[in-house]
Design a protein. Structure first.
Length: 227
């Protein structure tokens, strides 16, 4: 049998205590990591997908609502929320005013206006406001082209389509089955367009997609600007 002196015993006790501490610490760190991962998964489930130019842009619902306001919640209505209200009530004086809402003079896309339009609950009111603007030869031609393309690729699970084109902008909404294979990318080729879409559920639980087609000479050169 090996005899241990007092000093050796103290060293062994210290080593044992250190091992116990490390095991406990490792366990706690694993618990924290698991919590963080779970939190991230839950956060991701709250995101809605907004498509732009055939690429998915993940825009947090919370971030959308707080996009333009850094003030504490409840102090004032955010600019983005106010913009949504204005879009529902806004009456456009001309086709050019519809274009100017979404496109700058140097052909950049106003990000806040686009996202505000396709996520607005009162999108149908906004669409009717677009329809109320004065028609031009270009907007009439774009409506005809859009309708022709829609008739070519229409599927049985798409219904209640509504659209209007004014200036360089066409706004459209339609209902469809959740797993519809309706080809929006193909539809957007009725002209040279940027394509922006948002799919969500309405109050009745039906799946609705809201769309903006914005005319451009070069769809591959999408540039956003705040506004």
């Amino acid at each position: 049998m090996v005899k241990l002196n007092g000093f050796t015993v103290l060293i062994l006790i210290a080593i044992s205590s250190l091992i116990t501490y490390l095991v406990t610490s490792t366990s706690n760190n694993s618990e924290v990591t698991a919590t963080v991962i779970e939190s991230q998964v839950n956060s991701d489930s709250n995101k809605e997908v907004i498509s732009a130019n055939n690429k998915d842009i993940h825009q947090s619902t919370i971030q959308v609502k707080q996009l333009a306001s850094s003030d504490p919640e409840g102090n004032k209505v955010s600019e983005e929320q106010g913009q949504q209200t204005n879009l529902a009530d806004r009456h456009f004086s001309s086709s050019e005013s519809v274009t100017n809402l979404f496109i700058t003079d140097n052909e950049q896309i106003k990000q806040q206006s686009v996202f505000g339009a396709i996520t607005i609950p009162e999108f149908h009111d906004f669409l009717n406001n677009v329809r109320g603007a004065e028609e031009t030869d270009n907007s009439i031609e774009r409506e005809v082209k859009l309708l022709e393309m829609l008739n070519q690729i229409r599927t049985n699970d798409v219904y209640a389509e509504d659209f209007a084109c004014r200036g360089k902008v066409c706004a459209m909404s339609f209902y469809h089955e959740a797993n519809s294979d309706f080809d929006l990318d193909k539809l957007s080729t009725f002209d040279e367009n940027y394509l922006f879409t948002n799919t969500s559920k309405d109050e009745s639980g039906s799946t609705v997609t809201r769309v903006l087609f914005i005319q451009t000479d070069n769809p591959s050169q999408l540039v956003f600007t705040n506004g």
